[in-house]
Ligand binder design. Structure first.
Ligand code: ADP
Ligand code: ASP
Ligand code: MG
Length: 508
């Protein structure tokens, strides 16, 4: 399944050993001998000249694996572009443009230190073109000349377009034959601006047509993540954090040997490292585990990333661009059961619980359909659902349409909303078969009020809701119970994650 020589690959064999079935289609007829390596670099991995220099070294070291590079905007650039759009909408387009100056300068500074002298003027021209075009778009925003979401996508796309232009020049500066590719020529989407859905067949065809000739000539294509275009050629974006999604789409289209997500942490960790200092690398996970974690708050991976890759059986590896040789995490469509039942703990704050009560629900059919139709109509995603005889409780993240939802439900049910809640999700394939985990979880946090519980339909997660201000404490205590206490005990025996991790590290 894996080509020889991909650094760190052998830790992936942990998963391969017990694969019972083959992936749907990891190969294709055309170009079947060449399976490129798709490498995605996130915003912090390209934030300044030293970071870009590290990326060039990482890509250069993997030249023989035919890298295809997908890059995010430099860190904080997407936020700044979105803030500029808001300022323009509030009637300040000139001020909005000025607020971007420092970010334009960051691109120029990096180019000055890393790009060959004769190419620096090309970068300067690209930045000046971007500045002029963004200025025109911001004026349109302030005049409400075209639909807001469409203009917003056009503005934010410059983050990835500029970083791709810059990184490609940096790679050339390091002696690699690299070319910038406009990602909008590869990724085709519907017209749901700001959160567009890719059109898989169209994207497959376009991506192959654009990239395969370059790969065949050992050229390293660099394309911006996050952006695409409609069939009519309008610029779209895939939602925040969407560059991972782009990498998976490109990897799937090209039947990549592997998709590597290069970021600022050593792989997927047992908990969010900003909350749990002692969080450690999980060496391998199944797609299902990774999807649950991503969905319930582990920002390291965009939830939708999983899908295009899983369909084609392509492994996804999460690596640290600051420490390329450090431990990493490989995600397969299936992996061996962890010796520890619990692989990781994710959490998501800013959640509300919606309780819907209706006497009509008693013994009636069709109630749930009517209820969810209302949420569908208002494009509100429901995460967790629990039901009793006469009530349904749900967790939602986006409450912007809650007033309309309550109004629509009024004829059939009473609605109560509890804001400031957090979801905690314990993930592990072993949860399917291991008794006692729920007991251990809830006894660990027995003084914290648990408001909703769902043993996930996939059987690999145990998900529950607590008050937001107790979430951090709950996650820390659970991490200590499931990872740290056992680790202490394991000093006398075998600390499973640590041992597995050490093994992977040696092989990497
Ligand atoms: P990038 O800019 O490279 O896309 P992100 O900021 O989107 O990076 O994702 C990486 C961040 O995800 C880490 O810095 C970390 O703070 C956060 N994170 C949350 N949960 C986890 C987890 N379980 N494992 C690793 N990182 C996590
Ligand atoms: N630049 C985009 C964002 O900040 C996409 C990404 O980085 O994945 O959301
Ligand atoms: Mg990200």
């Amino acid at each position: 399944m894996m080509p020889p020589g991909v650094p760190g690959n052998s830790s992936a064999e942990i998963g391969v050993a017990r694969l019972g079935r083959a992936p749907a289609s990891a190969g294709r007829d055309r170009m079947s001998e060449i399976k490129p390596l798709v490498m995605k670099f996130g915003g912090t991995s390209v934030e300044d000249a030293p970071a870009l220099a590290r990326v060039a070294e990482i890509v250069g070291a993997r030249k023989s694996q035919r890298p295809v590079v997908v890059v995010s905007a430099m860190s904080r650039v997407t936020d700044a572009l979105l803030a500029a759009v808001r300022a323009a909408e509030a009637g300040e387009p000139d001020e909005a443009l000025r607020s971007l100056s420092a970010h334009f300068a960051r691109h120029l500074d990096a180019a000055q230190s890393l790009v060959a002298a004769e190419e620096v003027s090309d970068i300067e021209r690209a930045v000046e073109d971007a500045r002029r075009e963004i200025a025109a778009l911001l004026r349109e925003v302030s005049l409400r000349a075209r639909p807001h979401a469409l203009l917003q996508d056009a503005v934010v796309s410059y983050g990835e377009r500029l970083s791709a232009t810059l990184l490609s020049a940096v790679l050339r500066g390091q002696g690699l034959d690299s070319r910038t590719v406009d990602a909008r020529l590869c990724v085709a989407t519907d017209d749901a601006h700001t959160c567009a859905t890719p059109l898989q067949d169209e994207t497959d065809g376009r991506t192959r047509a654009e990239l395969e000739p370059m790969i065949a000539k050992s050229v390293v294509p660099v394309l911006g993540g996050f952006i695409g275009s409609t069939l009519e050629g309008e610029t779209t974006t895939l939602g925040r954090g969407g560059s991972d999604y782009s990498a998976a789409l490109v990897g799937a289209a090209l039947a990549a040997s592997e998709i590597q997500i290069w970021t600022d942490v050593t792989g997927v960790l047992t908990a969010d490292p900003r909350v749990v200092k002692g969080a450690r690398t999980v060496p391998s996970m199944s797609y299902a585990e990774a999807a649950e974690l991503a969905y319930f708050g582990a920002k390291v991976l965009h939830p939708k990333t999983i899908l295009p890759a899983v369909v084609r059986g392509i492994p996804v590896r999460i690596c640290n661009s600051r420490e390329p040789e450090a431990l990493n995490t490989v995600i397969y469509f299936e992996t061996e059961l962890s010796p520890r039942t619990v692989k990781a703990i994710a959490h998501k704050t800013g959640v509300s619980v919606v309780h819907v009560t209706s006497a009509r629900m008693l013994g009636a059919f069709g109630f749930l359909r009517r209820l969810f139709e209302v949420f569908d109509r208002h494009r509100t995603i429901v995460d967790i659902v629990t039901t009793s005889e006469v009530s349904v409780s749900m967790s939602v993240e986006d409450t912007s349409a809650i007033a309309e939802i309550i109004a629509d439900l009024k004829p059939i049910a009473a609605v109560r909303v509890e804001p400031r809640r957090a979801i905690i999700c314990i993930v592990g394939e072993g949860l399917r078969w291991t008794p006692g985990v729920a007991g251990r979880v809830f006894s660990t946090i027995d003084d914290i009020n648990v408001l909703l519980i769902s043993q996930g339909a996939s059987n690999i997660n145990l998900t529950f809701v607590v008050e937001e201000d107790r979430a951090v404490e709950a996650v820390r205590r659970l991490h200590a119970a499931f990872f740290e206490e056992e680790e202490d005990a394991a000093d006398a025996g075998a600390g499973a994650v640590a041992a597995e991790a050490r093994g992977a590290s040696r092989r990497a």
